[in-house]
Design a protein around this ligand. Structure first.
Ligand SMILES: [Zn+2]
Length: 249
């Protein structure tokens, strides 16, 4: 897909294979003039995600990766993904999260994460990283790599924000939690505007938003960013579209 063709609203992180009817989510996003990056959590989701992109090449980018939640059941997953990554638009969702299993220098999660960061580096593909509760450990792995571009998705390491945005082609994404989280609000105020992307992490539901979920929440996030930046919604959406193009290349 040529650059410059992204639609105004951009959901940098949504799990289309996790929806019972992903076609409906794509159709609804398209009528809102949105572009989506669909990520996977396992090798089993790779084929469905690639098929979705094939059916909707102007709306969707397809990332492939194994999420830290799947680390302990991921035997053989990297071998299954190896022939598919070249045809994907990026690597994700990968990362570290002590909620699921051990995070230490030689733990399964760490080995899986490092291996997938190396894929992104070798293939020069954009990377998406989940870092909840392990922000510093993730940055320790990522720093000094020659990555095409990096997104720290739903990043919550407030005190580490400077470490992320000081790296070239590195972004953080804000999702619907920005509408109610004071910490994320502070982080959005501190983050350089050219380092920000928007996301939904759909189908994750947001209890504070009455259980709402999905790409349809992204325009509200963009509106909130416009308010934080002191820009009009049009100006903010234009900035976010430039950022998306810079991230995806
Ligand atoms: Zn996710």
């Amino acid at each position: 897909m040529a650059s410059g063709t992204l639609s105004p609203f951009f959901d940098a992180h949504v799990h289309l294979p996790a929806y019972p009817d992903p076609e409906r989510v794509v159709a609804s996003a398209r009528t809102r003039g949105m572009s989506l990056v669909s990520v996977t959590v396992s090798a089993a989701e790779a084929a469905p995600n690639l098929l979705l992109r094939k059916a909707h090449p102007s709306t969707l980018r397809c990332f492939l990766g194994v999420h830290p939640s799947e680390a302990l059941t991921s035997e053989g997953a990297l071998d299954r993904l190896a022939p598919l990554w070249e045809g994907a638009d990026g690597v994700g969702e990968v990362g570290l999260d002590p909620k699921y299993s051990e995070v230490s220098p030689m733990s399964t999660q760490m080995l899986l994460f490092r291996a997938q960061v190396e894929v992104a580096e070798r293939l020069r593909k954009p990377l998406q990283v989940h870092s909840r509760g392990a922000e510093e450990a993730c940055l320790d792995v990522l720093e000094g790599r020659s990555l095409r571009s990096l997104l720290m998705h739903w990043f919550e390491g407030e005190e580490l924000l400077g470490r992320v945005v000081s790296q070239q082609s590195s972004f953080v994404s804000f999702g619907p939690a920005l509408l109610y989280s004071k910490k994320l609000l502070r982080m959005a105020r501190k983050c350089p505007v050219e380092s920000v992307l928007t996301e939904s992490d759909g189908p994750v539901p947001f209890a504070a938003l009455g259980g709402a979920e999905g790409p349809g929440l992204v325009p509200s996030v963009a509106f909130k960013l416009a308010e934080i930046w002191g820009k009009s919604l049009d100006e903010a959406v234009h900035q976010l579209a430039l950022n998306a193009e810079s991230y995806l290349g």
